[in-house]
Design a protein around this ligand. Sequence first.
Ligand code: ATP
Length: 279
Amino acid sequence: MKILSPAKINLFLTITGKRSDGYHDLRSLICRIGLYDSISIAFGFDDLIVRCNAPGVPNDGTNLAYKAASLFLNSINKREGLQITIEKRIPVAAGLGGGSSNAASVLLGLNRHYGSPFSRDELMAMSLTLGADVPFFIFGKPALASGIGEKLKAFDGLSPFTIVLVYPGFGVSTADVYKNLNLELTKCKKKLKQFQPERHHFDVKRHLCNDLESVTASRHPDIIEAKAALLKYGAGGALMSGSGPTVFGLFTDSENAKKAKYRLSKNKKWQVFLADMII
Ligand code: ATP
């Protein structure tokens, strides 16, 4: 079985508070994009094995795809072994949700293979134990997320921008970014007061905002540089995704996006990708 596992971007991300269990409450507009890892699952093995070609991704029981498969097989009381091979294209620890997406794709793939024992809602509920972003990838539509990211509402007010992504060549730890966040300095809540989801309208000029951006950018100036370059080359708006460090630009014209990608690729430290929004 072959499955495509997409990345995501956060078009806004505002942190609304810290909970007693250490997690943060947030509000985010999230959209999947057409940058994919490929996952193949082979059946009929004795053990569960995960292989991945990318540095920084574990090949053992801590891999999120392994955890997802193990959770699924236990839930249906199956003892079958599987071989899961992940071909990574989504940069790792980059704010693009690659690991969470791999976990969701494995759950969706296995559910289909074993005759759909679980509904989408059931899969989303069980996937939350793997990570706060996993339910979003099972949900399958652009969404307004709240809670720790697990409460999802479909949002159909997005325009189909072409996305140019700049991965500056290093990963960041999401946990570290949250540790360094000062809630008193967050600014997006105020900005997003004018955002009215019921009017189905996302305005790039007014609503692009990420409370984690200044935390990551204060340690990594590449983020400021990449944003400025995206805007210079014609993006209607640019923002860091999730806890970063990947920055994306939104282009209304795909030809301009291609030209921007070409120009940005001249910086050899950066990896630049072009992707559509999955809306
Ligand atoms: P998050 O914000 O959820 O940490 P991210 O997009 O910033 O997401 P990921 O690419 O999902 O980052 O990787 C986060 C960490 O998860 C990595 O450091 C990696 O070691 C670990 N990991 C475990 N399984 C996977 C997987 N299948 N793909 C990518 N990373 C994985």
